[in-house]
Write a new protein. Structure first.
Length: 445
């Protein structure tokens, strides 16, 4: 089997895996919203905001497998052992922080369920991080179809167990199901690791492996992603200081619904990376990027128009309570989401043609801080409605910072047309190129 066919199958299974997980996530969300009281949904939203802080601690060296696997596959036991050793130390840190956050939110709400849910979510996070070490190996070793099959079975079992919430609508029962399924999933991957790779733990060379992977490859990408995620998830935490749990529950539902409209752009963004990673000629790169921008803009407008018309019906699928209120929150959020989706093709250049370290300091760090400030001001002045509107500010600022930073590295010259020559040949280029679009621009001799 050729390498190109392997890569094609890998991307296909990866795309299908992401799509299946998203669809099952939507189905799970439907059951949770329909089964649990609105105050429990508020609890989930508040703790979810605090859990975003744990994301800063989830730095993982295993992401370097994407780059280094061909070089280290003969010593994979040593590298996996180093990753697991790091996981163990990180788990202690995450649990310690979650205990502190749990005690704080318990004290604030005078409800022990907040503490239990915070600690339970931390356990779930750690199980997922352990599982990620193994699934990353299967991914880079072209075994993504196994990942898809295991994820599909595990998520279907999880979905089936969630129906018990209709008989016992309790957020702690939901937490128990979540942690239990994560534990079964992690155990399944351990068994597969031993069977497929005959894994044996060793502590040899762990320090050097971790130093190289963390500092050379993973750190800045992780920090950028963590601050980016902070903008997406921390608004419920901010809102918790200004609104009642039921109101936060309504906002949480709106936030999840607005998040659905990230799904397609995120999946398509992988095509942008594949299509531009090998382009070095600035003029051609500029043309290709703005072809993608055009289609992302059309998609964003179409999504916004669809929700503008069908939004109340979509909300009513999940809940019959406060439909118009949730619809308004989600609509405001979606305006911000749409702005950010338009510049997604430009943001890929931070990974492929710029510096992740500089991108962190010039884009994601200031963008996140401004976003959190906007959420705080919106919550203080207008409550949930103000935070929903602040999403427009947060995402728009982030979009502007992305464009300004990338323009310093790759001078952007917007070029739009109904159908360019490159656009006509784009599908052909994507089919025939090796790893990206071929840069056929004539060069001066």
């Amino acid at each position: 089997m050729s390498l190109r066919l392997d890569v094609f199958k890998l991307m296909s299974f990866s795309l299908l895996n992401s799509l299946v997980l998203k669809l099952l996530g939507v189905a799970s969300f439907y059951i949770i919203v329909r089964a649990l009281p609105r105050t429990d949904i508020g609890l989930i939203g508040v703790v979810g905001g605090y859990a975003a802080i744990l994301g800063f601690l989830s730095l993982g060296p295993e992401s370097a497998l994407v780059r280094d696997f061909p070089k280290i596959k003969d010593s994979i036991n040593k590298h996996l052992s180093a990753y697991m050793k790091f996981w163990a130390y990180r788990t202690v840190l995450i649990m310690a922080v979650s205990l502190g956050l749990g005690l704080w939110v318990w004290h604030y709400y005078q409800d022990v369920r907040f503490f239990l849910y915070m600690v339970g979510i931390a356990v779930s996070v750690n199980l997922n991080l352990f599982e990620q070490i193994i699934t990353e190996l299967f991914y880079v070793d072209f075994k993504q179809q196994i990942v898809l099959k295991v994820n599909l079975v595990i998520k279907l079992v999880f979905l089936a167990l969630l129906f018990s919430l209709f008989w016992q609508p309790d957020v702690l029962l939901y937490l128990g199901i979540l942690v239990g399924i994560d534990a079964v999933s992690a155990g399944t991957w351990i068994v597969l690791l031993f069977r497929r790779y005959h894994f044996r733990f060793t502590g040899e060379g762990a320090r050097n492996i971790l130093r190289w992977n963390l500092m050379d490859y993973s750190l800045w990408a992780h920090l950028s992603n963590s601050f980016n995620t902070l903008v997406y998830k921390i608004d419920t935490l901010v809102l918790s200081f200004f609104a009642a749990l039921a109101a936060i529950g309504n906002y949480t539902i709106a936030l999840e619904i607005a998040g659905f409209f990230f799904i397609i752009p995120r999946l398509l963004q992988k095509s942008v990376i594949v299509g531009t990673v090998n382009l070095q000629n600035t003029e051609r790169l500029n043309e290709v990027i703005f072809i993608f921008v055009k289609y992302f803009a059309l998609l964003s407008v179409a999504q916004l128009a669809f929700f503008l018309i069908a939004g109340p019906w979509i909300v009513s699928i999940f809940t019959d309570i406060a439909v118009q209120e949730i619809y308004l929150y989600a609509l405001l959020m979606l305006v911000g989401v749409s702005v950010l989706n338009v510049v997604r093709p430009i943001s890929t250049l931070i990974n492929t043609h710029a510096s992740m370290r500089k991108g962190f300091f010039w884009v994601y760090l200031p963008g996140s801080l401004i976003g959190v400030a906007a959420y705080a001001l919106g919550a203080a002045w207008y409550g949930p409605l103000g935070v929903a509107a602040a999403n427009i500010v947060a995402y728009s600022v982030l979009a502007v910072l992305i464009v300004v930073f990338v323009h310093r590295v790759v001078p952007l010259k917007p070029t739009f047309s109904l159908m360019s020559d490159i656009e006509r040949g784009l599908l052909k280029d994507l089919r025939t190129s090796k790893g990206g679009l071929e840069d056929n621009t004539p060069r001066k001799k």
